[in-house]
Design a protein around this ligand. Structure first.
Ligand code: GLN
Length: 490
């Protein structure tokens, strides 16, 4: 059973905090209790520090009592993926390699959360080093989907999605390199957004593939995601790839519908491999837009058939380079038994990394190796440019692109663990946004006959997050999918 507080919407929670009807300490306690009730079964968290969370909440309450001005998320608990550094809290990326690592500094997004008054309630489980689509690659334990605990919640931000879907936190942060926010949001029936590359600082985000990684929000509704992005976005001198553009107040305009909205429907996203129940829900969502006056237009993304291959060359190449630092000397686990320096590296990396991470490193090292780099890595960069070109052409004709988030609803735990290629295909519709640097989001748009959530993906041109939120909210106002609670929460 959910406590009455944990089942309230984010906007109600904010109102109650602002009117002093509710104190952050009580609110935070209610969510911590919800974690205590449900997480043994769901496995969404890898680290909780009740005292630290309650102290942050008490500080917010004290400031409010003193009449001091408060940030927009003052007193609201936010769960964060274990890939983000927070001073004094362990950060493991759900890997044995980083067991015991306690960062001496805050990631910029964490510093911004604190500035906004948010309470960091806990650290969430994930696929090791953000490599995976099911949450099963965590070195600690898998995370389960609250709509059916025999099924995966998606990944790699598995715990952040489940924390929000099961109302163990009203908001959370994830990271998305190829779909890791949108895919689990879709499979868990909540809202997830990947911002434009450069919109949010990556400083203190433990790197997987630096040219693709972005941090973004999970929430139960579009307005919540808008509020959280507003809090974390913006230029950061500590991340040279963050872009110096003003951050619009997304939450202020989210309720303004877009007149004359043109929606692109990519034929390639409705092709072979798309489950009929997913297609039906997504097409029904497009009809809702039509009834609101939007124009639907077929668009083509001809190079999208190369997206998965391109992504797995670029992401693994960057990963093999980023993960070279975990050698047991600079960073990471050090083996106890070895006879030489070479053996020490070998044993440390062999013991510290899980199978999927090793597979990615080997693929990346191969794609970058002398004699092959031109054939693989350089070629992939060229195709990446073509994929971006497809989107540039499409966005000359339409305002947003809509389609499915994933080809199927949540699959069973263990179903794809021995077949990496079929696992990789779970991101077939989300990967292109990362390659092209675009913002994309997932919003709930229905359920399968078995009661599993289905997501609608919306994508826009770079830095058009405001338009994306407004378009998403237009649909959300007409439907009640986002208000449904998973069975375990009743
Ligand atoms: N599933 C993809 C991968 O395994 C995407 C992961 C992500 O976005 N972090 O690489």
């Amino acid at each position: 059973m959910l406590s009455p507080i944990a089942s309230l919407s984010l906007s109600t929670l904010i109102e109650k905090l602002q009117s002093a009807e509710l104190r952050s300490v009580d609110l935070t306690t209610a969510f911590m209790d919800s974690i205590a009730d449900h997480d043994a079964r769901l496995g969404a968290f890898v680290h909780l520090d009740r005292d630290v969370a309650l102290q942050q909440a008490a500080d917010v309450d004290a400031k409010r009592d003193a009449g001091e001005s408060q940030g927009p998320l003052a007193g609201i608990p936010v769960a964060v993926k274990d890939v983000l550094c927070m001073k004094g809290q362990p950060a493991t990326c759900a890997s044995r390699m980083l067991k015991g690592f306690v960062p001496p500094y805050d990631a910029t997004v964490i510093a911004k959360l604190k500035q906004a008054g948010a309470v960091v309630i806990g650290r969430t489980n994930m696929d090791e080093f953000a490599m995976g689509s099911s949450g099963e690659n965590s070195a600690f334990h898998p995370t389960r989907n609250p709509w059916d605990t025999e099924r995966i919640p998606g990944g790699s931000s598995s715990g952040s999605a489940v924390a929000v879907a099961a109302r163990m936190a009203p908001l959370s942060l994830g990271s998305d390199t190829g779909g890791s926010i949108r895919q689990p949001a879709g499979l868990c029936g909540i809202v997830g957004m990947k911002p434009t590359y450069g919109r949010v600082s990556r400083y203190g985000l433990i790197a997987y593939a630096s040219s693709l990684d972005q941090v973004g929000p999970f929430a139960t509704d579009v307005t919540g995601a808008a509020l959280l992005l507003e809090a974390i976005a913006g230029h950061d001198p500590l991340d040279s790839t963050s872009v110096n553009k003003p951050v619009p107040e997304y939450s202020k305009t989210v309720d303004h519908p877009l007149a004359g909205l043109k929606i692109g429907v990519p034929v390639e996203h409705f092709a072979e491999g798309l489950a009929p129940d997913v297609e039906k829900a997504v097409r029904a969502a497009l009809e809702v837009y039509k009834s609101l006056g939007a124009e639907l237009k077929e668009v083509h993304l001809p190079h999208s058939k190369y997206a998965v291959a391109t992504y797995y060359l670029i992401a693994t190449s960057e990963a093999s380079s980023n993960l070279a630092r975990y050698d047991g000397v600079h960073y990471g686990h050090r083996a106890e038994k070895f006879d030489s320096l070479g053996e020490m590296y070998e044993a440390s990396r062999g013991e510290g990394f899980g199978d999927e991470v090793k597979r990615r490193i080997m693929l990346g090292v191969f794609a970058l190796s002398a004699g092959y780099a031109d054939k693989y890595y350089t070629k992939a960069l060229q195709v990446r440019r073509l994929i971006r070109g497809d989107f540039d052409s499409a966005f000359r004709e339409v305002d947003v692109i809509a389609g499915p988030v994933t080809p199927t609803a949540a699959f069973k735990l263990g179903e794809k663990t021995s077949d990496p290629l079929s696992m990789y295909l779970s991101d077939i519709y989300t990967i292109s946004a990362n390659l092209a640097g675009l913002p994309g989001m997932s919003i709930p748009c229905g359920f399968t006959a078995e009661g599993l959530p289905i997501g609608l993906q919306l994508q826009a041109a770079p830095f058009e997050e405001e338009r994306l939120f407004r378009a998403a909210r237009m649909y959300e106002r007409e439907t009640d999918w986002h208000t449904r609670l998973p069975p375990m929460a009743h």
